[in-house]
Write a protein that binds this ligand. Structure first.
Ligand code: HEM
Length: 397
């Protein structure tokens, strides 16, 4: 134990508020995991419990009768995004999810990658490649994942910046409910004319696909389509942005690995997988206990906020040998970064593709890449985790 953890009240750590920068998060999680399967912690000023071990987090995801996934999102996401499958449970969830997600299956994503993602990543890098230095968070990692989703939707490129601002505002719902709801309305207003166009003249994009979707013989309404789009922006782009920044940070901290990745194309998928295990963008995932339950030897009363400890499970020594070491050569095992069970992330193929593409394009386009100022570069946050900035420099040809 270091950083004075022995004197620290671990039950007082607030995963919603505390920075938990760099190694501190993982030291806290390791200490809790060794002594408790279900640890009392805080979440935005309220009491919560954290599930710390791989086997328990896996089982909690699997048992959606005991811990239905939709209830937390009904409270935290539905007021701003609208009713979508993320806040539904059981049959209703499965039906709506099936209709909304074919465009995210592995094959569709591979096609999208070849046709759009690689050129798109190059376009983003074109904007700054001749500067010789940049903040990669501002110029790349917060730009590419939003641009990728607008392309998949079929929204014109010129709308990217505005869509990104609205998505950020929508996610600020807990601290800025009025701003979030206004942004959601403006977002839908701007999609309206485009949706009408796609209903009349379908294209090869997600908006056209959703416009043609039927449930029980009924077409989805404009409201239902806009809500699905708002959901994809809110949960898909931000998570991928943060994972991309964490990945670049991990490599910038390890110049020898960055060099290996440049030389060995075959290593890059391993880097992506290992990063998702070792420093994912969602260290903990909140759930609401909707009824009294008994789990891992602990009584969990209805109304309890539970945090599924994804980052803790992904380094659990019962499953991962030397789990604190970032080692892209390790055999790829199952990880819980994208959840498990009925709500397993439908965007996981797209997210992995985006990370791999970003890595490849950065290696090709920015020779001699190095961290020029470490300030702000360590990932921080206990719910959404990412660096504030990544100031880098590279050689101009
Ligand atoms: C590295 C990036 C990503 C991570 C770490 C991530 C993680 C997760 C996790 C852990 C869940 C399960 C939530 C739960 O059980 O409550 C989830 C669900 C979801 N993710 Fe992702 N995600 C990522 C990228 C994406 C992308 C790119 C999209 C789509 C564009 C997306 C769309 C969704 C949706 C719609 C759900 C809800 C699924 C359901 O309710 O059935 N995610 N994600």
């Amino acid at each position: 134990m270091s950083r004075g953890l022995e004197n620290r009240d671990l039950a007082g750590i607030d995963f919603g508020v505390d920075d938990l920068t760099g190694g501190e998060l993982h030291e806290v999680l390791a200490t809790l995991r060794e002594s408790q399967r279900v640890a009392p912690v805080r979440f935005y000023g309220s009491d919560a419990v954290l599930f710390t071990r791989f086997e328990d987090v896996h089982e909690a995801f699997r048992d959606d009768q005991k811990f239905p996934g939709g209830d937390f999102y009904e409270m935290a996401i539905e007021p701003v995004v609208g009713r979508t499958f993320i806040s539904m449970n059981e049959r209703e969830h499965d039906l709506h999810r099936k209709l909304a997600t074919p465009a995210f299956r592995s094959k569709a994503v591979s096609r999208f990658d070849e046709e759009s993602l690689v050129p798109l990543a190059n376009e983003v890098v074109d904007q700054f490649a001749d500067w010789g230095h940049a903040d990669l968070v501002a110029e790349l990692t917060t730009v590419l994942p939003f641009a990728a989703i607008t392309r998949k939707l079929g929204v014109p490129r010129r709308a990217d910046q505005q869509m990104r601002e609205w998505a950020d505002l929508m996610l600020s719902y807990p601290s800025n409910p009025t701003g979030a709801v206004n942004a959601a309305e403006q977002f839908s207003e701007s999609l309206g004319p485009l949706l009408e166009e796609r209903r009349e003249k379908p294209g090869d994009d997600l908006l056209s696909e959703l416009a043609a979707t039927t449930i029980g013989g009924e077409k989805l309404s404009d409201d239902e389509i806009c809500a699905t789009i708002r959901l994809l922006f809110a949960v898909g782009a931000t998570t991928t942005s943060h994972a991309m920044a964490n990945m670049l940070w991990a490599l910038l901290e390890r110049p020898e690995l960055l060099e290996r990745a440049r030389e060995e194309e075959g290593l890059r998928a391993g880097i992506v997988h290992e990063l998702l295990r070792w420093e994912g963008p969602l260290p903990t995932l909140p759930r609401l206990a909707s009824k009294d339950a008994r789990f891992a030897g602990t009584n969990i009363p209805a109304g309890t906020i539970m945090l599924f400890g994804l980052a803790s499970a992904n380094r659990d020594p019962r499953v991962f040998e030397d789990g604190d070491t970032f080692d892209p050569d390790r055999a790829p095992g199952d990880i819980l970064t994208f959840g498990f069970g009925p709500k397993f992330c439908p965007g996981s193929h797209l997210a992995r593709r985006e990370l791999l593409t970003a890595l490849t394009v950065v290696l090709e386009r920015l020779p001699g890449l190095r961290l020029s100022d470490p300030e702000g570069s360590e990932p921080r946050g206990g719910i959404l985790r990412h660096p504030a900035s990544l100031h880098v420099a590279w050689d101009l040809g």
